[in-house]
Design a binder for this molecule. Structure first.
Ligand code: GRF
Length: 212
């Protein structure tokens, strides 16, 4: 059975979706760079090792990344899942876990990489917004896409209502992507392409709920 380590920084609603998804693997540990992250308590309640690794205790990004990698490797992770992990990881770290490092981002990438995605989507006036799961590569929020979910942007939306609509979809697509990986059906090829076996051409890699 494959092992998963989940990295968080905050409330952990994506973590919760993963913990409750009956994944075909073992969630070996949850690590947060913020000791106060609510997600740590959630992990403990599910009987999962919850580890705080405060980045402020390290002199450089490289030192923090090295400590994080040591903790991940101690749990023999086959897959590392970034679930609201709000720290940029250095290139060495990203390369070390190449092909087994997933992230979720609250926009339809490549639109709106970075922060404040919902406010920026509203400001841009887009009619469709959403979330993306991707393999992590050194370029921020730019790795190969695994699955996306689209949601409508409604005239009455504000940042909160739009974020909530997107988050509900995040909680569906992240467990799906992790499940594919644990089943051995999802891979990043040497050329950096996503290969998903056993799904039709269009596949379920886009979730677009009906308008209304
Ligand atoms: C999510 O919107 C995720 O896409 C982004 O950060 C947020 C984390 O929320 N990267 P939670 O901690 O999973 O509730």
């Amino acid at each position: 059975m494959k092992s998963v380590v989940i990295l968080i920084s905050g409330r952990g609603s994506n973590l919760q979706a993963l913990l409750e998804a009956s994944l075909p693997g073992r969630i070996a540990a949850v690590i947060s760079n913020r000791p106060q992250a609510a997600g740590l308590e959630l992990a403990r309640r599910h009987g999962v090792a919850a580890i705080a690794l405060d980045h402020r205790g390290y002199a450089s990004r490289e030192q923090f990344d090295a400590a994080l990698a040591a903790e991940i490797d101690r749990h023999d992770a086959d897959l590392v899942v970034l679930a609201g992990f709000m720290r940029i990881l250095g290139d060495d770290f990203v390369r070390r876990y190449s092909g087994r490092l997933l992230n979720i981002h609250p926009s339809l990438l490549p639109l709106f990489p970075g922060l404040d995605t919902h406010a920026r989507a509203l400001a841009a006036g887009v009619k469709i917004h959403g979330a993306s799961v991707h393999f992590v590569t050194p370029a921020l929020d730019a790795g190969p896409l695994v699955i996306q979910a689209a949601v409508p942007v409604l005239a009455a939306d504000n940042e909160e209502t739009l974020a909530a609509r997107v988050l509900a979809q995040e909680h569906k697509i992240y467990p799906q992507a992790v499940r594919w990986f644990l089943e051995g059906r999802l891979e990043l090829s040497a050329e950096g392409r996503v290969a998903l076996r056993g799904e039709g051409d269009a596949g379920p890699a886009l979730i677009a709920p009906a308008l209304g």
